[in-house]
Design a protein around this ligand. Structure first.
Ligand SMILES: [Cu+2]
Length: 402
């Protein structure tokens, strides 16, 4: 291949290089933002700070190695390129000194980085006695957070394998689908289940137990913690902590593993409360359902459990064992099923909904109920068309469920 074709003017090549530089640098600069809400390099808590102080020198080493290697590649491309039709470059075979050098130097760099990383991995795996446990479950495309009910500070989630009592052949002959086999997560006792907003007390270490209800997700709050997979049938653990002075801050989180249509919308917020505010919040979440008082909201409740069939996918009950229920299906087989949607017990007290893409207010809730698919494309809330009157009633009911 000729580097410069004789029938193409040399300045054409220069134009191309200029165009590539322009496009490349605008793509690169497009990634910069003055106020990036999910900045890994601006940690807010001790765990994230330790990860960051490890990541920064490693990043610097990587840049140095990268610059060195690409510079060598560039030099070789230019210096040793074919110089004419009958030019044959010097042929070299083997160089013991060089080979030892490029074997030993990377090994040394990796060993140094490894020593510090492994130490930090062990440090992050520590589970302080007084840590607050929260179970995180990824759903397509929202996050569920389960808290121990006040008074019982520990949870003991187990993965339960639900066996399919029918075999595939028999199911096929009878013309029905084989039931799903799953390692679903079951709590040992009642828990409080919320969505979208992960409330944590400032200054206290939080140990997250992370799993998934369907496909692989990835839990990531760049400013407060590391990043870990949410895998169905597996419990992963992660430390998340903040400083006492962080009370009042809201930090962004995001699913970091492509998990289907609405992946980009699978966000959440970490609300850092002062210890007193957190206590108030958790007690509120554990308190019984607030009954509607206005006529409009009462009519909304009737629709919720009746004509609009919202309760087929949602439930409202403080402190229950998951969203799981044992149901007996048409064939008389007992099955553990999970309600598809979030717990809406105190939905009116949340600031965000639909995995935090919307602020919870009248206008947004109406838009959501008129057409959930337009509001958040691909999401699992599929409902019949509601009349404007039904929307008003349901929104009044949701807002009253404080
Ligand atoms: Cu996801």
């Amino acid at each position: 291949v000729r580097f410069r074709s004789p029938n193409r003017p040399p300045n054409r090549m220069r134009h191309r290089i200029a165009a590539a530089t322009l496009v490349g640098s605008s793509l690169l600069l497009g990634a910069c933002a003055r106020n990036a809400p999910q900045d890994t390099f601006a940690p807010e808590g001790p765990a994230a700070r330790r990860i960051s102080s490890l990541a920064k020198p490693v990043f610097a080493i990587s840049i140095a190695v990268g610059v060195f290697v690409y510079a060598l590649v560039a030099i070789c491309i230019v210096k040793y390129r074919r110089k004419g039709d009958d030019h044959v470059p010097v042929q070299v075979h083997g160089n013991t000194k060089l080979e030892l050098f490029w074997g030993a130097v990377p090994a040394l760099i990796l060993a140094v980085v490894g020593v510090f990383s492994v130490g930090e991995i062990f440090a992050q795996a520590e589970e302080p006695e007084d840590a607050l446990q929260i179970t995180v479950i990824g759903h397509q495309w929202w996050w569920e957070f389960q808290y121990p009910v006040p008074g019982s500070e520990k949870m003991d989630p187990k993965l339960q394998v639900i066996d399919d009592p029918t075999d595939a052949e028999a199911a096929k002959e009878e013309g029905r689908e084989q039931k799903r086999l799953a390692g679903v997560l079951k709590q040992s006792g009642p828990v409080i289940s919320t969505a979208n907003e992960l409330h944590v007390p400032a200054g206290r270490t939080v140990r997250l137990i992370i799993s998934s209800n369907d496909v692989m997700h990835n839990f990531w709050v760049p400013k407060l913690a590391g990043k870990i997979y949410a895998i169905p049938g597996k419990l992963n653990r992660l430390t998340l902590d903040s400083d006492a002075s962080d009370a009042g801050k809201t930090i962004y989180g995001q699913c970091a593993e492509y998990c289907g249509t609405s992946h980009a919308n699978m966000r959440f917020k970490v609300v850092i409360d002062s210890p007193a505010d957190y206590q108030k919040w958790i007690e509120k979440q554990a308190s019984p359902v607030v009954e509607p008082t206005t006529e409009l909201a009462k009519a909304g409740k009737e629709l919720f459990y009746g004509g609009a069939a919202c309760s087929t996918c949602h439930w409202q009950e403080a402190g229950r064992t998951n969203g799981f229920e044992v149901e007996t299906d048409a064939e008389g087989v007992e099955q553990t099923v999970r309600k598809i949607g979030p717990n809406l017990t105190h939905i009116g007290s949340r600031k965000h909904f639909a995995s935090s893409i919307g602020e919870l207010n009248t206008v947004n809730l109406k838009a959501w109920l008129r057409d959930p698919q337009a509001y958040k494309p691909g999401n699992r809330m599929v409902i019949r068309k509601l009349s404007e009157d039904e929307v008003n009633k349901l929104v009044a009911y949701i807002e009253s469920s404080k």
